[in-house]
Write a protein that binds this ligand. Sequence first.
Ligand code: ADP
Ligand code: ASP
Ligand code: MG
Length: 409
Amino acid sequence: MPLVVMKFGGSSVADPEKIQNVVRRVKEKREAGNGIVVVVSAMGDTTDEMIALAQKLNPDPSEREMDQLISSGERISAALLAMALQNAGLKATSLTGEQMGIITDDSHTKARILQIRPDKIKTELAESAVVVAAGFQGTNLKKDVTTLGRGGSDTTAVALAAALDADFCEIYTDVDGVYTSDPRVVPAARKLGRISYDEMLEMASLGARVMQSRAVEFAKKFSVVLHVRSSFKESQGTIISEETDDMAMEKVVIRGVTLTEDEAKLTISGVPDRPGIAATIFKAIAERNVNVDMIIQNVSEEGFTDVSFTVPRAELNKARQTLDALLPQIKAKGVKADESIAKASIVGVGMKSHPGIAATMFDALSREEINIMMISTSEIKISCVVEKQVGEKAARALHSAFGLDQEKD
Ligand code: ADP
Ligand code: ASP
Ligand code: MG
């Protein structure tokens, strides 16, 4: 019997009616003769609400307790969906991360899966039950609950598909596929029929939250083909797979444009310009497990320089505290944080063989009088940090400048 992993995100299980919609879709698949593992996220904005609640009681809560708290959202939706499936006449069992044997490292709130021991899932499937998996969670070797980073139910789905050697992995969400840009920000965005792992990975890590980047990384590593599609419409969505000949033949230079407002910029001023200082700063930041993205060091004037870098907004406090503690040691003048930034990026494997892409990007931004604060490039992307208030305008300008806009009829 073919095995299908179906993942439904928060907006697809937000209320009882939406859960009934999931029941209908699962029932159809089941009656078509498939074994089913359904992965669910927490209902609606539950995770955000729990994080806000925690902040009211402790502005700097322990990450272990955060995981205890936020992993519960997915358990609620899994149990509710299993009940609703049973009420519709299907055999169904909900399972937590621990029951599914999802073992992770110790990195609370952004843990990585080390291993899956899916014996219990296999037993349930063999007994013809629909397995309803609570997404986003696992346990470490100390038996503490861990979570897999925001959007982590996508990773649960892909990891289970790989561990169970599933025939299909479908990601059901509130858009009908992957678009050239977030359709909420760029109304002219177009739905893509297919996209390669590499391009999706880059778009996801640069802010296209339709897929969590780690899930795409996992899918590429284990060759899990993904189908991103609408929970509410029957239409075909977007296939994410290894680059195929027809994708290569399309000769698209830029596949998509992304925007993220989830980062903040830190600037350390008056840093003595001598060997070892950058190493000291970034070693201290790394020891707190904070991911640094862009780094800029200004030209030195009279032996002093400024160093700016971006970090996830959620880790700004941690990074700032680390730097404040470090200032006397590195003898720098001060630390400033800027939260009003956005990062607009263009992504495309075709960039490798096309000169002039950066020039077109900067030109498009300058025509809109948008000032660029930081730039970073890789083989297949260019990112610019701009002021937050012009971020959306920047994304629309880039989308149009690279000919991605949908033709108006
Ligand atoms: P889910 O709750 O199903 O996991 P998410 O909110 O995490 O859903 O992701 C879906 C959202 O991602 C869409 O509503 C859309 O606004 C946003 N998004 C950002 N970039 C893109 C893109 N390139 N294509 C499609 N959706 C995108
Ligand atoms: N509920 C978690 C979050 O909001 C995980 C997920 O939705 O995939 O990030
Ligand atoms: Mg998501």
